[in-house]
Design a protein around this ligand. Structure first.
Ligand code: C2E
Ligand code: CA
Ligand code: CA
Length: 796
């Protein structure tokens, strides 16, 4: 508020200094009435004011002088006079405002002239929460409130001296002038502008002004609303809008209106990502992009969150404009207004298609066998679990089948790994072709495959499927010009019958597969409780056996061999025995296969050999140089690379006479790989050991190989003697074997001789040697020693 009277006294003069109009303040300040003032010269009232007028006219700028006002009552008042051209009056450009301000210390006019009646209005103006101003046509302020002074950082003395355009940046001044002029001419105007304080303070205002008259002086009055806060918000919004516009993430804003949720804005990144422009999709429901039938669960979650007005983070697939499907990681946040209603949703979309693809590849790698592309153990477990749940829900059966190739090791060893790999791949393909899409085929490594078949109507169906698989997989594979036949043993477990956990089902299938292996391979076995017991026994046997070898539970029995011509005991077969402290004597028929399977046979076989050597040594020292002991040899021992050397060392350390040690190898073992067998046997022969083909007649020897094996004896398998005395077919075989042996210059030994008939039969057909319960079962070393030393004979 100006510190003077209200309002400031303004005379309007023409270029000749004649007073044209004035305001009430002039009358109050000078004490003159309207009649006194009208047509007076300004100089008549304010001595020296003409000076300022001339300056203003001559230089066209505001003229300032100190002058003296003489009141009607003759008293004088020192005043400051500012004369300014009416730049805001286009009709009368040669008109001037003379603004008269009493000088410091002379602020109050005489008491009688106090403008008491104006006080309430003053108070109102002062109390306004905004800037208030009155401007005359020269552009000078006649009235204002303290808020304006604050913004301008000026005192009340300074404010009226300047043209208001000086309160603004120079660049803005023409516009300011234009706006005030507009108010003078049209009655009102409004504009935003920044007031610049004396010390640089800048405050944005929204000015609204209107025309009025103060006395006969046209003025513009108005208010200025401080809009700093709005401006700041606006700026912040603009920054944010800009950020959203430039964001690399696709952004979508939807607007909630009467239950609908429609697109209001999408940013350029969204347009780039999807191929849709804002113009195209504005006003549409964003769900138009979803891919029907996918991600139902995630979308359900989104819907739920939206109804609860919560933020949600989801990963769904959407379709681009060109139909391409992309993965998007979506974050949706509600925008809630003051009364708590959601007005908008902001969605930020990240295209994670590449990540997804990469993730999938990694996942594929983690879950699949690299050679065949089949599921691996990890994925298999998951699939069995799922398949089990499915079967449970649908009251269906489900089958887990373990498949193991019968001769993969042989294929690998003989044809090389490349062929082995090709066979595995082919088997994988065949398996996959034999099952439905919802089924799973996995490879556990090596030559072990697993097939999971979901939802089977009956066990009969499963059996049919397995037979198809067995035949399909077992067909010859043609690789590198060879036909390889990958026989397969299959074990099957069923849900729910054989177990209700992944682990149980897998173990049951494994057990059944093991059973299939032991029952002749290339067949399929279903799991059963009984089988489980067998398998269980087998497993415990395995554990106990390894203990037995170290723990001295094994011993060797010697079954005497008799010369059928002389009846003399000429040798013995070493047969391993196991006295299990828990279960008593265990038959080698039971534990030898286990020892072979586990590899314990190497240790065990060497142990028996050593015992046999030492017994032989003792007998030789006792003076029986021709006595022979035969030891059974497992195929696995024979395959050991250093077996021949080890045996040589052992024989040497016992100082054995050549020809006293005999080794028995079964016919079927030899025929597994006859060429290798010829090689191995030849080496053994060089050591001076005698060789027998054991269990002869049970394998499928070809005559040509028989001739090549450097062996001394063949042993007729005891099954061929069983029917002797009954006149059956087998006797024919026994006869044939005897004559075959003789034709090949081999000694023929009959084993398992239990009866006199058998003995007579053998003698009749000139078999060379025999062993069997008829003469003696296996004996301890001491017993054997007695038999030899006391020269026991077989009766003739
Ligand atoms: P094998 O080599 O055919 O041994 C002969 C088997 O016939 C022995 O059974 C013997 O006790 C049995 N036997 C002898 N005379 C008669 C008879 O008159 N009637 C009947 N029914 N059986 C008779 P065992 O000792 O149970 O051995 C079974 C198989 O275990 C052996 O068959 C052999 O293949 C294997 N075996 C035994 N000891 C060893 C060993 O130290 N090393 C290896 N690798 N295998 C062994
Ligand atoms: Ca034998
Ligand atoms: Ca035998």
């Amino acid at each position: 508020m100006n510190p003077f009277s209200f309002p400031i006294a303004v005379f309007v003069i023409d270029a000749d200094g004649r007073i044209q109009s004035w305001n009430k303040a002039c009358e109050k300040l000078s004490g003159f009435g309207a009649d006194d003032i009208r047509n007076s010269q300004l100089d008549d009232i304010i001595a020296g004011a003409g000076e300022a007028g001339r300056e203003a006219i001559q230089y066209d700028r505001d003229g300032d002088v100190d002058a003296t006002l003489t009141r009607k009552d003759g008293s004088t008042l020192p005043v400051h006079v500012t004369t300014a051209r009416h730049v805001l009056d286009r009709a009368h450009p040669d008109t001037y405002s003379v603004i008269v301000i009493p000088k410091e210390g002379e602020k109050s006019p005489p008491a009688s002239q106090q403008m008491i009646q104006d006080a309430p209005l003053l108070d109102i103006i002062e109390g306004l929460p905004c800037v208030f101003y009155v401007i005359d046509q020269s552009g000078h302020l006649l009235l204002w409130n303290h808020r304006l002074e604050d913004a301008l950082e000026m005192t009340g003395d300074e404010v009226p001296l300047l043209n208001v355009s000086h309160f603004f940046d120079e660049k803005q001044r023409p516009e300011i002038k234009q706006k005030i002029l507009e108010a003078f001419e049209t009655g009102s105007s409004s504009h935003e502008a920044v007031l610049v304080g004396l010390h640089g303070k800048r405050t944005p205002f929204l000015f609204n002004c209107a025309r009025m008259s103060l006395g006969s002086i046209p003025c513009v009055f108005g208010t200025g609303l401080d809009i700093s806060a709005q401006k700041e918000t606006e700026l912040r919004l603009r920054v944010r809008e800009r950020a959203m516009y430039s964001s690399v993430n696709a952004i979508m804003i939807t607007c909630c209106k009467s239950g609908d949720n429609l697109i209001e804005y999408v940013n350029p990144a969204f347009e780039n990502l999807t191929g849709y422009t804002l113009a195209e999709i504005k006003g549409r429901d964003p769900r138009f992009m979803q891919v029907v039938g996918f991600d139902e669960e995630e979308r359900g979650r989104i819907r739920q969150a939206l109804t609860r007005r919560e933020s949600v983070h989801a990963i769904v697939r959407n379709a681009k404009k060109n139909g391409e499907i992309f993965w998007n990681e979506l974050r949706i946040d509600p925008v809630i207004n003051m009364d708590g209603t959601v007005t908008h949703y902001v969605g930020v979309i990240d295209d994670i298609t590449l990540e997804r693809q990469y993730e999938r590849r990694l996942q594929h790698l983690a879950n699949h066998d690299p050679l065949t592309g089949l599921a691996n153990r990890t994925l298999l477990q998951e699939k069995v679990q799922l398949s089990m749940l499915f079967a449970q829900r649908n009251n269906a059966l489900m089958a887990v089948a373990f498949l193991d190739l019968d001769n993969f090791k042989f294929i690998n060893d003989n044809y090389g790994h490349e062929v082995g790999d090709a066979v595995l791949k082919e088997v994988a393909t065949r398996l996959s072709h034999n099952v439905r899409e919802e089924d799973t085929v996995a490879r556990l490594g090596g030559d072990e495959f697993v097939l999971v078949s979901t939802s089977q109507p009956s066990i009969g169906h499963v059996a049919d499927l397995m037979e198809r698989v067995r035949v399909g997989v077992g067909a010859p594979v043609h690789v590198n010009g060879k036909d390889v036949i990958p026989g397969v043993s299959i074990g099957v477990s069923m849900y729910p019958r054989d177990g209700d956990s992944v682990d149980r089902l897998m173990r049951a299938a494994d057990a059944a597969m093991y059973h299939a292996k032991t029952t002749g391979r290339n067949n399929c076995q279903f799991y059963s409780e009984e089988l489980n017991k067998t398998v269980h026994e087998h497993l415990s046997l395995k554990a106990r056996l390894s203990r037995a070898i170290q723990g001295g539970e094994l011993f060797v029995g010697y079954q005497p061999k008799v010369d059928l011509h002389t009846g003399a005991v000429i040798g013995a077969e070493a047969l391993v025995r196991w006295n299990d402290p828990e279960n008593g004597v265990v038959s080698p028929e039971k534990f030898i296969p286990v020892a072979e399977e586990t590899g314990l046979i190497i240790q065990l076989g060497e142990w028996v050999l050593r015992r046999a050597c030492s017994t032989l040594r003792e007998l030789q020292e006792q003076g029986f140089p021709d006595f022979t002991i035969s030891v059974n040899l497992s195929a696995r021992q024979l395959r050991e690379a250093d077996f021949v050397q080890r045996l040589a060392a052992m024989m040497a350390s016992h100082h054995l006479l050549p020809g006293s040690l005999e080794l028995e190898v079964t016919e079927s073992h030899l025929m597994e790989d006859p060429e290798k067998a010829v090689e191995a046997l030849t080496q053994l022969k060089h050591l001076g050991v005698r060789l027998s083909i054991d269990d002869f007649g049970t394998g499928y020897s070809s005559l040509s190989y028989l001739q090549k094996f450097p062996v001394d004896n063949i042993k007729i398998d005891r099954t061929f003697l069983r029917e002797v005395g009954w006149g059956q077919r087998d006797t024919v075989i026994a006869k044939a074997i005897i004559s075959l042996g003789h034709n090949l210059n081999l000694i023929v030994i009959a084993e398992g001789v239990e009866t006199l008939e058998q003995l007579r039969f053998l003698r009749e057909y000139e078999c060379d040697q025999m062993q069997g319960f008829y003469f003696s079962a296996a004996l301890s070393k001491q017993q054997l020693n007695k038999v030899i030393t006391s020269n026991v004979h077989l009766h003739s």
